[in-house]
Design a protein around this ligand. Structure first.
Ligand code: DGY
Length: 419
């Protein structure tokens, strides 16, 4: 492991630390983001266990009464970000957004517990909150057992081609005037378009109009897409939650039922036409026909599916550096635009570590090595061009540094927190 890069990665986490929570990166994302924070906790756990546990505790402190843990916690006002707390009008104990994000926190907590067994009391104290959050997904977000997103930001893959059809169905003519902040921090060519932003905001306005009442939103929200990111991360998180629950002497029978439901739900995402796991537009009743890096999260979710291997191998062969966020051979692939092509270390980690766990050493080693090469060449960017390795998006990125510390900076067959 290169000490130089390890020190730099630790320095990024320290530099983005705001005392109890960590910014994804300064400027572009000046608050606590849900899944970024779970990666940050794991990254910290590699050199400062206490700070790692604290990160998760701060995240849990934003939990809504109904169990949801929001995708952004606005701890302190920051005029550099839009849309902020006044636009979202979340209804939790801390100003927040009104949607959630891929539930990876329980899975990172399990890793942290393996790395630091002395943290067991802290993990135990958070376990019920995680279970309530997982139940919230089961209550409000399922379609035929697959987990739906109600906003592209909920999947974390903001402008992925998966959402194109559902976004076209949104009338955003009356969204009103607003000023974006993201494009003052990052080249607009690497960010979602105005067309996308109009619709992102329209969906927020719809949520606010009913006070983020999930029951009403299930009826009126025009955007409801069953998503492999959510389905596979929740399935994995339920398995990790159940394993920790057994260790803590909890009754995990309900979680076992959820696992069975999600396993059936995952199968509803298999699209034989593209030979891969796809997202499903629930409102329109059709597959989106998109092969993405999220399609390849089945192994991470504990589903060792030989049907998915040919597409994985083809996508890896079509890019130089890791797994592209969108099939490089698909029409509309854009190597620098966010989730429409770039390679993302966090997704490379989730997919790559899942492949490792399932014994698929060839593709796993390729993804891990490529991810390390990106960081060795260009440091810790948000994402990278999968053909040239050019860094893109925000710089000094927390979760990219965490992936180095926990995984990419080590030899294959080793990751921080592997049981
Ligand atoms: C953004 O502001 O671009 C975020 O991704 C929203 O979560």
């Amino acid at each position: 492991m290169s000490m130089d890069l390890t020190e730099k990665a630790q320095g990024i986490l320290r530099g983005n630390d705001r005392g109890g929570y960590t910014l994804p990166t300064k400027g572009l994302y000046p608050y606590q983001w849900n899944w970024d924070s779970a990666f940050a906790a794991w990254g910290f756990a590699t050199f400062d266990a206490d700070r790692g546990w604290q990160e998760l505790e701060t995240l849990m402190s934003g939990q809504w009464e109904d169990g949801m843990i929001p995708h952004i916690l606005f701890h302190r006002p920051d005029p550099g970000y839009f849309p902020g707390p006044d636009v979202w009008q979340g209804r939790g104990p801390i100003p927040s957004s009104g949607i959630s994000q891929p539930p990876v926190a329980a899975s990172f907590m399990a890793k942290m517990l393996a790395m630091d067994p002395t943290g067991e009391a802290r993990a135990r104290a958070m376990w019920p909150a995680l279970k309530r959050w997982h139940r919230w997904f089961m209550d409000w977000r399922l379609d035929r057992g697959a987990v739906c997103v109600t906003h592209p930001w909920e999947a974390g893959r903001d402008n992925a081609p998966d959402w194109d059809g559902a976004m076209r169905a949104i009338d955003a003519d009356d969204v009103g005037e607003y000023t974006r902040r993201d494009t003052s921090h990052v080249d607009p060519a690497m960010r979602p378009t105005k067309y996308d932003y109009d619709r992102y905001l329209k969906l927020v306005q719809i949520g606010v109009s009913v006070g983020w009442d999930h029951e009403k939103l299930r009826e009126i929200n025009p955007f409801r897409v069953a998503d492999p990111t959510m389905t596979f991360t929740l399935l994995r998180a339920q398995r990790d939650l159940a394993a920790m629950g057994r260790r803590f002497g909890e009754d995990v029978s309900e979680i076992e039922e959820w696992i069975a439901v999600l396993e059936d739900g995952a199968e509803t995402l298999w699209n034989p036409e593209i030979g891969g796991y796809d997202s499903r537009d629930v409102r329109a009743g059709r597959f989106n026909g998109v092969l993405s890096n999220a399609s390849m999260l089945c192994w991470y979710a504990g589903i060792n599916d030989a049907r998915a291997l040919p597409a994985l191998e083809r996508m890896l062969a079509a890019a130089e550096y890791g797994l592209a966020s969108y099939d490089p051979e698909a029409e509309g692939f854009e190597s620098l635009r966010y989730w429409r092509g770039p390679t993302w270390p966090i997704m490379n980690y989730l997919v790559g570590s899942g492949l490792e766990e399932q014994g698929l050493d060839g593709p796993a080693a390729r993804i891990r090595r490529d991810t390390a090469r990106l960081m060795e060449a260009h440091g810790f960017a948000e994402y990278y061009d999968p053909h040239t390795s050019a860094p893109a998006g925000g710089g000094s990125f927390t979760w990219t540094a965490a992936v180095w510390l926990g995984w990419a900076g080590h030899a294959p067959q080793h990751q921080q927190g592997a049981a």
